[in-house]
Design a protein around this ligand. Structure first.
Ligand SMILES: *Cc1c(COP(=O)(O)O)cnc(C)c1O
Length: 345
């Protein structure tokens, strides 16, 4: 298992001595706490648990995973950033993204000084395995980011293609599963012991409806997680946010019923949209949004905006497309009605 450790992690990360907080050194619940320069008064006067033990155990229980394989980020965006910090020597190591995809991989790479290799997805937005193969031997390619279901196209990547990369690429595969709860396909999270080079990212921002809390979930081999734990900001999740997330995870029935409603609404919207002559194409979605091709996306976007309906104009990424998030039944009806009006059917 030291395969990953020695070869892929940056030398300075191996050498780093992590910050040891007062709460790391003593973490009991009762006592006279005069160790952390906290204020004795107030409701939120104590620093949060840097190990997020309760939250991690709750997530492990709900997802049927081992707590040793879970790390919490301040949104999965923080975990994308930490992945670069663990593995990529700035201005030297490279990462690959498959376009069009989620924008933060490129932004985080740019901030970190990591050159990007961009390979277009196939015409049906699948992993272009043959185009990627030549890069397996590419010096300093450390991470391939894959998003499945992909944002903004909405489709799942083929399981066998992801497994091919995991088996044949010596670097890290970061698999972003932000939308996994909206589809039937099982998560790759259960495969982290088979593939030590796999990092699965999930989030409470989408299916759990808690984007405001900033709770991202990293799932990876326990040995890989040690590097992430070593460098994450010690108090990256605030205690009220952790508490709210812990509560939410107790109500699995509510979670499931909301996800089911969103999926039903997605299917309803897909049907409605398919009957509009202004809609040229609907991309099948395994997520909580639908990518549609229209005659003139920038124009339609502006018209909807004037009516106070905000969709995502993706014209710059895929010609004449808008990405529509599935909202509440009432919101979706408003969208459909306004779409009909502005495009005359
Ligand atoms: C929304 C989204 C995220 C963001 O997750 P946070 O946990 O809110 O940071 C990550 N990846 C993809 C593909 C997303 O669409």
């Amino acid at each position: 298992m030291t395969i990953i450790t020695e070869k892929l992690v940056r030398q300075n990360i191996l050498n780093v001595t992590p910050y040891s907080s007062a709460r790391n050194e003593f973490s009991g619940n009762s006592g006279v706490f005069l160790d952390a320069n906290e204020n004795p008064y107030g409701r939120y006067n104590r620093y949060p648990d840097p190990d997020q033990t309760t939250l991690i155990h709750q997530i492990a229980r709900v997802k049927n995973l081992s707590p040793e394989s879970i790390i919490i980020g301040n949104g999965s965006d923080e975990l994308i950033d930490l992945s670069l910090r663990v593995f990529c020597e700035p201005n030297l190591d490279k990462v690959m993204i498959l376009t069009p995809t989620y924008g933060m991989y490129e932004v985080c790479a740019a901030i970190h000084g990591t050159p990007l290799i961009k390979i277009p997805l196939t015409e049906d937005f699948q992993i272009p395995v043959n185009d990627i193969k030549p890069y397996f031997s590419y010096k300093n390619l450390k991470i391939i980011f894959i998003c499945s279901p992909n944002n903004p196209t909405g489709n799942l990547m083929r399981i066998k293609d992801i497994e091919y990369l995991l088996l044949n690429f010596d670097g890290i595969v970061v698999l972003d599963e932000a939308y996994i709860d909206f589809c039937d396909q099982p998560s790759f999270a259960e495969k982290i012991s088979t593939y030590p080079n796999l990092i699965v990212l999930q989030t409470m921002s989408k299916a759990w409806g808690l984007a405001g809390l900033r709770i991202g979930i990293g799932i990876m081999h326990p040995e890989v997680i040690t590097y992430f734990r070593k460098i994450k900001p010690p108090y990256n999740i605030s205690s009220p946010n952790a508490d709210i997330a812990i509560k939410a995870l107790e109500n699995l029935d509510l979670f499931k019923s909301r996800v089911n409603e969103i999926i039903a609404e997605r299917n309803m919207m897909t049907l409605e949209l398919s009957q509009m002559k202004s809609v040229k194409k609907i991309y099948p979605s395994d997520a909580n949004f639908i990518l549609v091709e229209v005659d003139n996306a920038p124009d339609l976007y502006q018209k909807l905006l004037k009516r106070n309906i905000i969709v995502r104009n993706r014209h710059a990424v895929i010609k004449n497309t808008i990405r529509i998030t599935v909202g509440s039944p009432a919101e979706n009806q408003q969208l459909i009605a306004n779409l009909k009006e502005v495009s005359h059917g």
